[in-house]
Design a protein around this ligand. Structure first.
Ligand code: NAP
Ligand code: G4F
Length: 324
C-alpha cells in the first residue's frame, strides 16, 4: 500500500520540493491550499496531475478535521505559515493566528482524527533570534526578535507538548534559512538573484537593500526537505536542527551573486533604511551534529553553488519573460 502524506503549504517553496521528494519515494501526496482559485501554482504546476489538492485553512479547525478525515494520512507535514518576517511586524496578530495557533489547530485535528499519523512541524532558526551561543543547537535557549519568531516558538512548544501529553509522533525541525529558485521574491537571496539578473539584462540599474551586515546560515531548499522526511522515518519522534554550519553576511551574498553575472555590486546596490527591521537577528549559525548522527543527513549544495543556480535561473526566467 502506498503511504499517504498531507502537506500544508504545498504551493510554497518547501512544499513543492517536499512533494517532489515524497512522490519519488512512492507516496500518495495530498496538498493543502487555502484559496485554490487564487493560488499561484508556478511551483507545483509540473506536479498537478500527480498530487491531490484539497482546500483547507490553518485558521479553520473544521476544515482541517474534514481534510484529515478524508485523507487518513500516515504522515502530516505542516509547512503552511505566514513566513515573511517583515510582514509579521505589520500583521502580528494574523501571524500569531496562522503561524502559532494554526499549529495547535492542526495538532488538535490530528489528535481527534488521525492520532497514529506522524507529524512534522516547520520550526525555524528565527526562534534563536538574539542568539545566546554560537553555533545554535537543539539545547540553545530561544530569544525571538519578531512576531514571526515568537509565533514559531509557540508552534515548536505546542508540538513538543502534544508529543509529551498525548503520545503523538510529533517532530519539530528547526531549519535554518534555505533557498533556491523557488524562493519568494521578497526574501533577500531571491531579491538579490532577481535584481542581479534584471541589472545584467538591462531591465534595472539599481538594487535597494536593508542591513548588509546581517549573517545567515544559508542552505539549499531541496537538500532540506530530505531532513524533514527522515525525521518522520525514525523509531522515536524528536527535534532536530538542520543547517550547514557555515554563515555568510548579506554583503557576501551580494558580492557572490553580482560576480556570477560579472558585475560590480558597488555600482548598483543602495542601502535603503526602509528595509531595516524594528529588531534584527544579527547572526544565525546552526550546529546540525545531531541530524548528521541520527538522521544521516548532510547538506549537499554549497552556498556559492546555490547562489549560482539562483542567478542563472533568474536570468533564464527573465529572458523567457516569466513573472516569477
Ligand atoms: P512559503 O514559501 O512562504 O510557503 C508557505 C505556504 O503557507 C504558502 O504556500 C501559503 O499559501 C501557505 N499559507 C499561508 N497561510 C496559510 C493558511 N492560513 N492556511 C493554509 N496555508 C497557508 O514558505 P517556505 O519557505 O516554503 O517555508 C515552509 C515553512 O517552513 C514555513 O512554515 C516557514 O515559516 C518555515 N521555515 C522556512 C525556512 C526557510 O528558510 N524557507 C526556514 C525555517 C522555517 P499562499 O500561497 O496561499 O500564500
Ligand atoms: O531573507 P530574509 O527575509 O529571511 P529571514 O528574515 O532570515 O527569514 C527567513 O528565514 C527564517 C529562518 O531563519 C525562516 F523561518 C523565515 O520564514 C524566512 O524564510 O532576511 C535575511 C536577512 C535579514 O537579516 C534581513 O534584515 O537579510 C536582511 N536583509 C537585508 N536587506 C533583507 C534585505 N531582507 C529582505 N527580505 N529584504 C531586503 O532588502
Amino acid at each position: 500500500m502506498r503511504k499517504r502524506a498531507v502537506i500544508t503549504g504545498i504551493a510554497g517553496q518547501d512544499g513543492s520540493h517536499l512533494a517532489e521528494w515524497l512522490l519519488e519515494q512512492g507516496y500518495e501526496v495530498h496538498g493543502v491550499l487555502r484559496r485554490p482559485l487564487n493560488t499561484r501554482f508556478w511551483r507545483i504546476e509540473h506536479l498537478r496531475d500527480r498530487i491531490t489538492l484539497h482546500q483547507a485553512d490553518l485558521l479553520d479547525l473544521a476544515s482541517l478535521i474534514h481534510l484529515l478525515r478524508e485523507v487518513q494520512p500516515h504522515e502530516i507535514y505542516n509547512l503552511a505559515a505566514q513566513s515573511f518576517v517583515p510582514a509579521s511586524f505589520a500583521a502580528p496578530v494574523l501571524t500569531g493566528e496562522v503561524t502559532a495557533l494554526g499549529v495547535a489547530r492542526l495538532l488538535e485535528a490530528t489528535r481527534l482524527v488521525a492520532p497514529e499519523a506522524r507529524f512534522y512541524q516547520a520550526s525555524s532558526s528565527e526562534m534563536f533570534g538574539k542568539v545566546r551561543e554560537v553555533p545554535q543547537n537543539e539545547r540553545t535557549p530561544f530569544h525571538p526578535r519578531s512576531p514571526y519568531g515568537v509565533a514559531k516558538v509557540y508552534g515548536h512548544f505546542i508540538t513538543v507538548n502534544y508529543r509529551e501529553s498525548y503520545g503523538l509522533f510529533a517532530c519539530s525541525g528547526i531549519l535554518f534559512n534555505h533557498e533556491g529558485p523557488r524562493r519568494g521574491l521578497e526574501f533577500v537571496t531571491r531579491k538579490v538573484s532577481d535584481g542581479v539578473a534584471r541589472i545584467k539584462l538591462g531591465l534595472a540599474d539599481e538594487l535597494r537593500l536593508g542591513n548588509l551586515e546581517a549573517q545567515r546560515d544559508w542552505g539549499y531548499a531541496p537538500d532540506y526537505v530530505r531532513a524533514m522526511w527522515r525525521m518522520l522515518q525514525q523509531d522515536e519522534p524528536s527535534d532536530y536542527v538542520v543547517a550547514t554550519g557555515v554563515c555568510h553576511s548579506v554583503r557576501e551574498l551580494v558580492e557572490t551573486a553580482f560576480s556570477v553575472a560579472g558585475l560590480d555590486w558597488r555600482r548598483h546596490v543602495r542601502v535603503d533604511p526602509a528595509f531595516y527591521r524594528p529588531a534584527e537577528v544579527d547572526l544565525l549559525q546552526g550546529d546540525a551534529s545531531r541530524a548528521r548522527q541520527e538522521l544521516g543527513w548532510r547538506p549537499e549544495t554549497s552556498f556559492e553553488r546555490m547562489v549560482e543556480i539562483m542567478v542563472e535561473a533568474d536570468l533564464e526566467r527573465l529572458r523567457r519573460g516569466d513573472v516569477v
